[in-house]
Design a protein around this ligand. Structure first.
Ligand SMILES: Nc1ncnc2c1ncn2[C@@H]1O[C@H](COP(=O)(O)OP(=O)(O)OP(=O)(O)O)[C@@H](O)[C@H]1O
Ligand SMILES: N[C@@H](CCO)C(=O)O
Length: 295
C-alpha cells in the first residue's frame, strides 16, 4: 500500500450541443486530491469550491469513489486522510461530480500501486455517475465520444483541433444534474432526433478538423430548450452569443454557458468568466511510495 497519493483531475463539459450523454471535452481547470492511508478512521479536509456544503464522512463523493475503486481492485484500506483542493464549481455543468468520482477511483489505483487501467476506471465511473459523457473526458482528456454497451460505459478519444480553447460563463446559482434531467421529455420527434444525429456527426468533424463549422454543428434539439425553465438567463445568453456568431451551448446540464473558441463578450454582472485550453491527458496519479506516475 502506497504512503501517499496525489491525483489531478480535469473539469469537463458534456453534451456540447447535440451530443447529449455522449460528447465530453476536458478543460484545463483541475481538482486535486491527496490521500494518505492509515490503519483506521477517516478524515476529510476540503478547501475551495463546495467546501461549505460537502459532507466530511463516508458519504463524501470522493470517499465513496475511493472505496468503490478499492473494492473493484480486490483491495481494502483501514482508513485514510483525504485532502481536496476543489477548483471546479459544483452543480454548474462543469463535471464536478465526474471529477470527484474519477479522481477517487484513480486514487484507489494509486493507493494499491496499480497502474491506471483507463477502460476499467471508465466502467466503474460510469456506474457511479449514471451516464458516461463527463467521466469519459475526465478519464481520457481531450474530446471524447462515450456510449453505453449492455450497461458498460465505453469511450473513444479524439484530438481536438489545434489551438481550440473554451470560454465559460459561470452563473452563481447552481442547478443539479438530477433536476435538469427531470425536465427532459420521455420521447422526442423523429425530425428532432434526426436533426441532432446529423449535427452530432458534423460536430465531430468541426471539433477535430473544421472549426469554422462549430456554430452550425452545435445546434441542439434534444435537451437545451427543455431545460430553459430552470435556466432562462443561460438560454438568453446563448441566443445572444450565437446571434453574434459564437458557438455557444449549455455546458453539461447547465447552467454554465460554454463557447467553443474565443468569445469577445465579457461576462454579465454576477457571472464568472472562465477562459481555458483543452486538457490533453485526463486524470493523473502520483504515488510518493515509488515516485511513479500513472497517466
Ligand atoms: N469534489 C467534490 N467532493 C464532494 N462532492 C462533490 C464534489 N463534486 C461534486 N460533488 C457532489 O456532486 C454534486 C454536483 O453534481 P451535479 O452532477 O449536480 O453537478 P456537476 O457535476 O457539477 O455538473 P454536470 O454534471 O452538469 O457537469 C455536488 O452538489 C456534490 O454533492
Ligand atoms: N449528459 C448529462 C451531463 C450532465 O452530467 C446531462 O446533460 O444530463
Amino acid at each position: 500500500m502506497s504512503s501517499a497519493v496525489r491525483v489531478r483531475v480535469p473539469a469537463t463539459s458534456a453534451n456540447l450541443g447535440p451530443g447529449f450523454d455522449a460528447f465530453g471535452l476536458a478543460v484545463e481547470l483541475y481538482d486535486e486530491l491527496t490521500v494518505v492511508p492509515r490503519d483506521s478512521g477517516l478524515s476529510v479536509e476540503v478547501t475551495g469550491e463546495g467546501a461549505d456544503a460537502v459532507p466530511r464522512d463516508e458519504s463524501h463523493l470522493v470517499v465513496r469513489a475511493i472505496r468503490a475503486g478499492l473494492k473493484s481492485l480486490g483491495a481494502s484500506v483501514g482508513g485514510f486522510d483525504l485532502h481536496c483542493v476543489n477548483r471546479i464549481p459544483h452543480g454548474r455543468g462543469l463535471g464536478s461530480s465526474a471529477a470527484a468520482i474519477v479522481g477517487g477511483i484513480a486514487a484507489a489505483y494509486g493507493l494499491t500501486g496499480t497502474p491506471l487501467d483507463h477502460v476499467k476506471v471508465l466502467e466503474l465511473a460510469n456506474e457511479l455517475e449514471g451516464h458516461p459523457d463527463n467521466v469519459a473526458a475526465a478519464v481520457y482528456g481531450g474530446f471524447t465520444i462515450a456510449w453505453v454497451d449492455g450497461g458498460t460505459g465505453r469511450a473513444v478519444r479524439l484530438e481536438p483541433a489545434e489551438g481550440l480553447s473554451v470560454t465559460g460563463y459561470v452563473p452563481s446559482t447552481p442547478l443539479s444534474t438530477e433536476v435538469a434531467r427531470g425536465l427532459l421529455p420521455a420521447s422526442v420527434s423523429h425530425a428532432d432526433a434526426s436533426a441532432n444525429a446529423g449535427k452530432a456527426a458534423l460536430l465531430v468533424a468541426a471539433l477535430t478538423t473544421r472549426p469554422e463549422l462549430l456554430l452550425t454543428a452545435t445546434e441542439d434539439r434534444l435537451h437545451q430548450e427543455y431545460r430553459a425553465p430552470a435556466m432562462p438567463e443561460s438560454l438568453a445568453l446563448i441566443r445572444k452569443l450565437r446571434a453574434n456568431g459564437q458557438a455557444a451551448i449549455v455546458s453539461g446540464a447547465g447552467p454554465t454557458v460554454l463557447v467553443l473558441g474565443d468569445s469577445g463578450l465579457e461576462a454579465p454582472d454576477g457571472w464568472n468568466l472562465l477562459r481555458c485550453g483543452i486538457d490533453p491527458v485526463g486524470v493523473q496519479v502520483w504515488s510518493s511510495a515509488d515516485s511513479t506516475t500513472s497517466e
